[in-house]
Structure formats: C-alpha cells, structure tokens
Design a protein around this ligand. Sequence first.
Ligand SMILES: [Zn+2]
Length: 198
Amino acid sequence: MQSAPAIQKLLDELERLPGIGPKSAQRVAYFILNQDKGQALRLADAIREVKDTVRFCSRCFNYAQDELCEICASPRRDTRMICVVSEPRDIPPIERTGAFDGLYHVLGGALSPMDGVGPEDLRIAELMARLGAEEVDEVVLATNPNIEGETTAAYLARLIKPLGVTVTRPASGLPVGGDLEFADEVTLGRAIEGRREV
Ligand SMILES: [Zn+2]
C-alpha cells in the first residue's frame, strides 16, 4: 500500500524500532495521526529531551542526567559491591528483582574476538581504576549468559581476583544464550541470590 510521503516517513522510522514490524508500525502511525497535536508532540519532545539531556554516569556509565546516576547518587546503596553488566539496559531488570543493593559498572559491550571487540573497547580500565580507588569487597559479574558474556566474565575474573576482591557470577538457571534484559524477575533474582564465587 502506498501512503502519503509524510506518513511513509513515519512508518519507515517506526519499523526501525526493535520488535516493530510493518503491521505494528502501521497501528502506531495511525494512532499518532488520530491523536491531537499536543499529545503526539509530547512523544517527539520526550525523545528530544532524552537525547539532549541524558549522558553517562561518570562513575558507573549507567545513563544519568547529572554527573552521577540515581543509583550512584543514592546514600542507601552498598558501595562495597559492584555488579558488572554489559549495557545500561541490563540494570533495570536486576533492580526489579530487589536482590542487589550495591553499585553497578557498565562495560559498554562484551568481548567478542569475532567482531573485533577487545578489552580496550570496553570500560575495563575504568572498572580497574574503581577497584583501586573504592573499597570493594565483591564484584558480581552479571554479563549475559552467552559466549561473549562468559568470555568477558572469565577475562574479568582473571584480572580482578589477584586484587583480593571476591568475584561471583549469578547462578545458572538463566536461559542459555538469553539476554538479562529478557530474563524474568524471579529467575533473575534467584540467580543473583544464588551467585557463586568464580
Ligand atoms: Zn552511576
């Protein structure tokens, strides 16, 4: 079906979003067309605002609107524990479990020799600097349970253990090759509570 050029442009953009196929794109586009202008532009403004104001936390590299993210800035977090994740999107599922109240460190990816991603491409030097400067008892390696995540966890364990810091990994029970992002809360909470020293 041929749409008016402006509508086609919106459809093209919507179809680029994860999980949105042509049918969903069409549903969303016609929903937006049907909304009054103020309502529809709130979505456009929200997108503009996150792109203008959100940056990386200077301590853990989670998304933040200030120098520090909400988690690093909170006085209620246990600063002696750091949970290492690949991406900022891995943090909300872990937070929802309520099983972890320490701080995080976002690597910005996972080691993947096949794709040319080496240690220097991740925020590993920044993690090591934190372990040198902060008093940390335990590092939880919560990289995804797939090949890249396991490789990254093994690499970090070798690097961190000589510092005398306890290194743990969430217990198995997560779907193999699954992303933390999609793990259900109960399974993920149990995996974190049952974490084992590596
Ligand atoms: Zn932070």
